[in-house]
Design a protein around this ligand. Structure first.
Ligand code: AMP
Length: 432
């Protein structure tokens, strides 16, 4: 039987890779402007990292993780998201530890700790358009700043990134979950309401009602949804601090010219969020239309054993961004014709042609050499498949005279050049 990629995974073949490269290059360019540095963490972590951070009752932890014992029986999990691993890495490297007023990171780099990452994430979900079991995220995390202006700066940067990719100004959905105290008030209220309707809840919600009542709001069961329809919303439980935080984020976004809409039922599927949560959807993606989601997570660093550190972050789904770019008619930038094709016209000429190709590459040119003898017609045909500006041809006569023919593929002019001068000659007429 032919071997196939596992269900929910996709090969990214060369006609797709330039899209991902464009996302990555633009991300590096934009994020660095805001002071973000790249971080790379392992693809798998101890399972406990995710159960403790994302929350036992979330969909991700309860049914979507790729968890397995290693050969020594340790429980490992392929990372379903990037925030908890980044937090774990910073705690482990002591970078968030305080030295007086500052964290060790600030002492070292002089700025607040801002990171971005790019990589594969794994979730055992039902595959469909825009939903895979292995997918790619670009994420950003900003540590050590509790100011609502930090939330606004981060959301503004995400909007900046989408516009740098060629999207029109996107609309971000915004909500607040309040601080831990507001959350507790809301949770207690939910717990009481759920206790009164215990017999009517589905099995999942019966369990959630005790462990983590907020998660009943994610329940897809229509009976449960009907039961919860007139529950109060979290916003009704916000205390003064939570309300002020949210209002300051909104005011700063207005100031920055970022477009957002308030969305009181946006809760997001992770337990660690506090205060601001947000999500951006784009057109052309069908039912899976969210390209990015994020929020503030002031309690997570401490929860995972680090010093109390406020933080805010977000992640983009890269496959969905590519789909949205195509759907919006955004094109890849076209490559300029700067490559060189080197052709040996007979077997005897191949070693000299190979040597010239090597010289050109060492000078910085992207150079193609096909290891087979080719006549002029075949050579010109292969040169149409790629972005080539020059062709260097060596036939028997040229080899004997120690020269090569350098052909300009744009205007079809050609000249004879000494073999030893080919690299220098081409260097003069093409930019690397
Ligand atoms: P989350 O980590 O759940 O907040 O998701 C952040 C972003 O990652 C989403 O807005 C999607 O663009 C993307 N994403 C999440 N899950 C998947 C998946 N299974 N397949 C493809 N993209 C995903």
């Amino acid at each position: 039987m032919a071997l196939k990629a596992p269900r929910g995974t996709k090969d990214i073949l060369p006609d797709e890779t330039p899209w991902f490269q464009m996302l990555e290059e633009t991300a590096r360019r934009v994020f660095q402007r805001y002071g973000y540095q790249e971080i790379r963490t392992p693809m798998f972590e101890s399972t406990e990292l995710f159960t403790r951070s994302i929350g036992e009752e979330t969909d991700i932890v309860s049914k979507e993780m790729y968890t397995f014992p290693d050969r020594k029986g340790r429980s490992l999990t392929l990372r379903p998201e990037g925030t908890a691993p980044v937090v774990r890495a910073l705690i482990q490297a002591n970078l968030l530890k305080r030295q007086g007023e500052q964290t060790l990171y600030q002492v070292k780099y002089g700025t607040p700790a801002k990171f971005y990452y790019m990589g594969s994430m794994f979730r055992y979900e039902r595959p469909q358009a825009g939903r895979q079991r292995q997918f790619h995220q670009t994420g950003i995390e900003f540590f050590g700043c509790s100011s609502p202006l930090a939330d606004a700066e981060l959301i503004a940067m995400l909007s900046d990134y989408l516009q740098a990719l060629g999207f029109k100004k996107p609309t971000t959905k915004l909500n607040t979950l309040g601080n831990m105290f507001s959350r507790k008030g809301y949770n207690d209220d939910l717990r009481n309401r759920l206790a009164a309707m215990k017999d009517k809840l589905c099995n999942d919600c019966t369990r959630r009602a005790d462990v983590n009542p907020l998660r009943v709001l994610d329940c897809k069961n229509p009976n449960c949804q009907a039961l919860f329809a007139d529950f109060p919303v979290l916003k009704d439980f916000l205390d003064e601090e939570s309300r002020t935080h949210y209002e300051t984020v909104c005011a700063a976004l207005d100031d920055f010219g970022v477009v957002y809409e308030e969305s009181s039922n946006l809760v997001r599927g992770f337990d660690y969020y506090t205060h601001t949560v947000f999500e951006t959807c784009l057109e052309g993606l069908g039912s899976q239309d969210a390209v990015l989601g994020g929020g503030r997570y002031d309690g997570l660093v401490e929860e995972l054993g680090g010093p109390s550190t406020p933080a805010v972050g977000a992640a983009f789904g890269m496959e969905r961004l590519v789909m949205a770019m195509k759907a919006c008619g955004i094109a890849l930038p076209s490559a300029s014709a700067e490559g060189i094709v080197v052709v040996g016209m007979t077997e005897k000429c191949l070693p000299a042609a190979a040597k010239i190709a090597q010289d050109l590459r060492l000078k910085g040119f992207s150079t193609r050499f096909d290891f087979r003898a080719m006549g002029m017609k075949a050579a010109l045909k292969t040169a149409t498949k790629g972005n080539f500006g020059r062709m260097v041809l060596i036939g028997d006569d040229e080899l004997e005279q120690g020269i090569a023919t350098v052909k300009n593929l744009e205007n079809r002019e050609q000249e004879a050049v000494a073999l030893t001068d080919v690299a220098a000659k081409v260097c003069g007429s093409l930019s690397v």
